[in-house]
Design a protein around this ligand. Structure first.
Ligand code: SAM
Length: 198
């Protein structure tokens, strides 16, 4: 998929490129379109040592808008990463964000999601201020929305994407200093774009 000549990877909500730049380094013919709404993140990703100027493009856009879907249409990416992006926005914005991801895919391409799931210890231990079901404000004012496989599937359906595979992934993290153990819960999914969608 990523090693094919001319393959393009779309990274929606790229941040500093932690998810996509190792793939750019691993696949010498792969091109990257990295999208974020924060200019600071785009500056960071472009300064990263694995940013390959000739193969990488940075796009400043809010992926949860129709304008982003229009801007990404025709990119023709084989795959789109959406890693810890949906949790950074209200659940009501997920269908629009997934529509923009779908617009950037070629026919038969897929969106790969990894994100925080409901039942993550940080959510269960009530460290954040609850705004709505699954939606919380952190102490620093940033938003975190926890996913369920079902809520992701519903948003994907609204965006015209099909859930090819989804699963929960549980990781036990132990703080070396305090010895406190935390259960981190993630959702992972592969959402495919079929004929006529997006
Ligand atoms: C937690 S970071 C994840 C970054 C990266 N994907 C990773 O896994 O390291 C979330 C990123 O999503 C970006 N973001 C949040 N909402 C967005 C939106 N509506 N459109 C584009 N980017 C967004 C933020 O600026 C931030 O860089």
């Amino acid at each position: 998929m990523l090693s094919a000549p001319g393959a393009i990877l779309l990274d929606a909500c790229c941040g500093d490129g932690a998810a996509s730049l190792p793939l750019v380094a691993a696949f010498p013919a792969l091109s990257l379109v990295a999208v974020d709404h924060a200019s600071k993140c785009l500056e960071l990703v472009q300064r990263h040592e694995e940013w390959a100027e000739a193969r990488c493009t940075a796009v400043e856009a809010d992926v949860s808008t129709d304008a982003a879907a229009r801007a990404l249409r025709g990119v023709g990416a084989a795959a789109c990463l959406l890693v810890f992006g949906l949790s950074a926005m209200r659940a009501a914005r997920w269908p629009a964000a997934l529509r923009a991801c779908a617009a950037g895919l070629r026919e038969g391409g897929a969106v790969f999601v990894r994100d925080f799931a409901v039942a993550d210890d940080t959510m269960l231990r009530g460290r954040h201020t609850k705004l709505a079901a699954g939606e919380y404000a952190r102490a620093d004012g940033t938003l975190v929305t926890y996913l369920l496989r079902e809520s992701l599937a519903a948003a994907a359906g609204e965006a015209g994407l099909t859930v090819a595979w989804s699963a929960y992934h549980c990781v036990l993290q132990k703080n070396r200093k305090t010895g406190v153990q935390q259960r981190k819960m993630f959702v992972m999914a592969r959402l495919t774009k079929s004929c006529g969608s997006g």
